[in-house]
Design a protein around this ligand. Structure first.
Ligand SMILES: Nc1ncnc2c1ncn2[C@@H]1O[C@H](COP(=O)(O)OP(=O)(O)OP(=O)(O)O)[C@@H](O)[C@H]1O
Length: 453
């Protein structure tokens, strides 16, 4: 029977009194529409179940349909005192740039490439929400839905045990409900059926719902296809977001999701003057947190004489390049065009050093010449983004290592160019209802995510 498709939250699905009737309906291909259009006698004849059972089921079903499609669609006044509340991320500087922290009754999205710290951030939130009100938490429990394997409880334990403010306030993994879904169908069932029931049963104790990640199954199962399919997919994403927002409002919970990224390859702009600033393509860069230089490059590339200059916002590349050139010059033989003779041949150490230097030169120059153009965008597109109130980008870039900054390249003996670079992690608020766009650098340590101020 198609009861689950039509009314996924129906209590009749799980009522043992109707298990046999539902099985008969399935067997005799009776649908919800049949229960609306046929009378109980006819239904009883087709399903071969007692008329009393059929009549009872039919009345309950009609009442549920009425509630869903008639009553719930009536306009209603907002309840008083229903403003969103916020809780700490566990780091005051990050709270500050988020306008106070993470907000209930809203969807917050954290997106970024692999290994940028999305899961680490989410795990930290699953603990910080439990802190008491006076410490910036909501004293609430958390539901953690994973789509890529089980919850990494050891990593959560690592954060928990290294923060005394957590352990001394009774923050515990016991307050985290966790469930993992392996495909889109189980994700749907969890979001549409299990989650609302869990929120209802826990009577306001749950304050945070995490989904890591919302796009993992969707991007695989909702890919491409015809225009019609693409339209259906957009509408599916829209409905999913709408339902999550309803839950966030109804149960006063914060919904925080991770979203993965896909590619938006660079397309040549033939005539930048024909672009309207209202075009989605034109505005995309701001919606997805690209650097200003990338946005300008993408929009105006045909106009620029030396295209790459605009992307040279990477001063550290220039610093490394100049230091490396000086280093190479200091090592070059006096007459590089002449063949090396036995008499002027440098010592073995120097030869190796020169060879290393040359191999380093090639590697480094490749790296430095690479001007970065942002081309990653979060999955799920505009219909999803319209429901998100705070979008946070986590990204990993590189800056000159202390070796370069201290001008000590001459002491470096190896040939690994990675030693010239140091990871720099950035948390960027791309847009938010609660604060203006801003960014901050952070590090991932055992305690979790901490801003570098
Ligand atoms: N205890 C720790 N100390 C330092 N760094 C850590 C620690 N635990 C994890 N990391 C770092 O965190 C990063 C992984 O973060 P995380 O798993 O949150 O990424 P992600 O954005 O969720 O990636 P994916 O999309 O692949 O799941 C790795 O670079 C790892 O080195």
């Amino acid at each position: 029977m198609d009861l689950y498709d039509e009314l996924p939250q129906s209590e009749l699905l799980y009522d043992p009194a109707f298990t046999l009737l539902l099985e008969s309906c399935e067997q005799h291909q009776l649908s919800v529409v049949d229960f609306i259009t046929l009378n109980a006698r006819e239904l009883s004849r087709i399903s071969q179940r007692s008329i009393t059972d059929v009549y009872k089921f039919q009345q309950l079903l009609l009442r549920e349909l009425h509630l869903q499609y008639v009553n719930e669609n009536q306009p209603h006044l907002l309840e008083r005192g229903s403003e969103p509340k916020h809780f700490t991320t566990g780091d005051l500087a990050i709270d500050d740039i988020l306008g106070g922290g993470i907000f209930t009754k809203n969807i917050t999205e954290i997106f970024g490439e692999s290994s940028t710290g999305k899961s680490q951030f989410l795990m930290q939130l699953s603990l910080s929400v439990q802190l008491p009100l006076k410490m910036g938490g909501l004293g609430g429990k958390c539901v953690y839905i994973t789509t890529e394997g089980d919850l990494p409880t050891q990593r959560i334990e690592g954060i928990l045990s290294s923060r005394s403010e957590f352990t001394e306030s009774g923050v515990s993994q016991d307050n985290i409900f966790t469930v993992s879904c392996n495909d889109l169908e189980s994700q749907e069932h969890i979001l549409n059926v299990q989650l609302p029931v869990l929120l209802e049963r826990n009577n306001s104790a749950i304050k945070l719902v995490i989904i890591d990640s919302i796009s993992h199954h969707m991007r695989v199962e909702l890919q491409g296809g015809s225009v019609k399919e693409a339209q259906n997919n957009r509408s599916y994403v829209d409905q999913t977001a709408e339902r999550l927002l309803d839950l966030a409002n109804k149960f006063s919970v914060a919904i925080v999701v991770a979203n993965q990224v896909g590619d938006k390859p660079l397309q040549e702009v033939i005539n930048p003057y024909q672009q309207s600033i209202l075009d989605y393509e034109y505005q995309l860069g701001w919606l997805v947190g690209w650097k200003d230089s990338s946005i300008m490059y993408r929009q105006k590339q045909s106009e620029l004489i030396n295209n790459d200059d605009i992307l040279s916002d990477d001063e550290d590349s220039i610093l490394i390049e100049s230091q490396f050139q000086k280093f190479l010059e200091s090592r070059e033989p006096a007459q590089p065009n002449q063949g090396t003779t036995e008499s002027n041949k440098p010592s073995n150490t120097s030869v190796n050093s020169n060879q290393n230097a040359k191999s380093r030169s090639t590697l480094t120059i490749q790296k430095i010449r690479k001007r970065n153009i942002d081309q990653r965008i979060p999955n799920l597109g505009l219909s999803w983004a319209n429901h998100v109130s705070t979008r946070i980008l986590l990204k990993k870039t590189y800056k000159a290592s202390p070796l370069i900054q201290r001008g000590e390249i001459k002491f470096y003996e190896g040939s690994d160019v990675a030693k010239f670079w140091k990871v720099k992690r950035i948390l960027k608020v791309v847009f938010s209802t609660f604060c203006s766009s801003d960014e901050i650098t952070f590090e991932i340590i055992k305690r979790g995510i901490e801003a570098i101020t």
